[in-house]
Design a protein around this ligand. Structure first.
Ligand SMILES: NC(=O)c1ccc[n+]([C@@H]2O[C@H](COP(=O)([O-])OP(=O)(O)OC[C@H]3O[C@@H](n4cnc5c(N)ncnc54)[C@H](OP(=O)(O)O)[C@@H]3O)[C@@H](O)[C@H]2O)c1
Length: 340
């Protein structure tokens, strides 16, 4: 399977390492031979046929900062050039999430779908701003658009809702979908820290970005909630349709008050009649009341009742494992000529 990998940061490099590590097993067990024919970062690209030497590309990226310095480097090549010029089965899009314009990911995904390339992405921006249109574009062009790494990292939250509950009727989905805010709230509760102290600690440990806005103001959770609302519950919404509130105003005394009532404050994305993101009081003995950087999602369906999935919500290798899951799905769909 010929793959173009756009973005070679934490997730892109983890995906390359995973392929290096697991290639023999993927061929033997799944009949999948992933061949990365191109990798693109901001400095340019590396391209080779029949495939790139991934160990060399990883080493060059670490040493020189860009894959364009590889022996197969092309300084002036952009992602759009490669999407149209390479012979490809799948485009894997892992550029940064941008919730204002969704770029550059949105252009990459739209262009790839229009050229009938299957697309796998971990980038929430294009999905949060344009998922209904992108689903339509993928159906019109009869190619797959898969994104299981966008919600829950490697934890198969979307796949569980989509496949395992396909025969039921989802009434409500709610979850703790952002590890950074959950870490901050958990450490405020366990150690009596203020929001600012807990945020600093999260940044020191690498759980929060230098600019934590997307996480603490609820936008990362909102992107994931939009994806759940559209993909699992057919709601046809984008980010602007949600009411979004973050955790920046949660105080030590709010947490203490909640504790006295046997509850914890958690940032929850919920898709019910309303779709919203806000800090909510959760009973401390509720299984979704997890602490640290974990994610937890509750699916309430009409016949099967409540089900809960808990797992790590992010991480390079975890998210790369979700890309691999999607890649296997593309392989099965190509074999069956079935893309929806
Ligand atoms: N990290 C996680 O645990 C995780 C989990 C789930 C989902 N995600 C999502 O997955 C995506 C990737 O995350 P990440 O952590 O790997 O981000 P990252 O480390 O910042 O990597 C982003 C990569 O995109 C490249 N890039 C930026 N603009 C580009 C352009 N115009 N053309 C080609 N490449 C471009 C960057 O190039 P340079 O290397 O040259 O800067 C970099 O290699 C994000 O959307 C993120 O929200 C991440």
């Amino acid at each position: 399977m010929r793959i173009l990998l756009i973005g070679f940061g934490v997730v892109g490099q983890s995906f390359a390492k995973l392929i290096l590590e697991r290639r023999n097993e993927l061929v033997k067990v799944h009949g999948l031979n992933p061949r990365i024919v191109g990798v693109v970062d901001k400095g340019g690209a590396a391209v080779a046929n029949p495939e790139l030497d991934l160990a060399e590309v990883l080493e060059v990226k670490k040493r020189e900062g860009t894959v364009a310095a590889s022996k197969h480097g092309k300084k002036d090549a952009s992602a759009l050039d490669l999407i149209s010029n390479l012979d490809l089965d799948v485009v894997v899009e892992t550029t940064p999430t941008n919730i204002k314009t969704a770029q550059p990911g949105l252009s990459h995904i739209e262009y790839a779908l229009k050229l009938k390339r299957n697309v796998i992405t971990t980038n929430k921006g294009p999905l949060a701003l344009a998922l209904p249109e992108l689903i339509e574009l993928s159906r019109y062009n009869n190619v797959a658009l898969l994104f299981s790494g966008t919600v829950g990292g490697g934890t198969p939250i979307l796949d569980f809702g989509k496949r395992c509950l396909a025969s039921d009727k989802l009434v409500m989905v709610e979850g703790i979908l952002n590890g950074t805010t959950n870490y901050i709230l958990s450490s405020m509760e366990a150690e009596g820290k203020s929001f600012e102290e807990a945020l600093k600690e999260a940044q020191r440990l690498g759980y929060a970005e230098a600019d934590p806005t997307l996480d603490v103001e609820g936008w990362d959770t909102a992107c994931k909630t939009v994806i759940i609302a559209n993909w699992l519950m057919g709601r046809g919404v984008t980010l602007k349709d949600l009411s979004v509130e973050g955790i920046t105003h949660v105080t030590k005394s709010d947490i203490e008050e909640a504790k006295k009532k046997g509850k914890s404050i958690k940032l929850v994305g919920r898709v019910a009649e309303r779709i919203d993101v806000k800090p909510r009081l959760i009973n401390r003995n509720d299984p979704i009341c997890i602490s640290g950087t974990l994610n937890a999602v509750r699916f309430v369906s009409q016949y099967a009742g409540d089900e809960i999935i808990i797992g790590k919500g992010a991480g390079g290798m975890e998210t790369a494992s979700a890309i691999l899951r999607d890649l296997l799905e593309v392989k099965y769909r190509m074999a069956q000529r079935w893309y929806e």
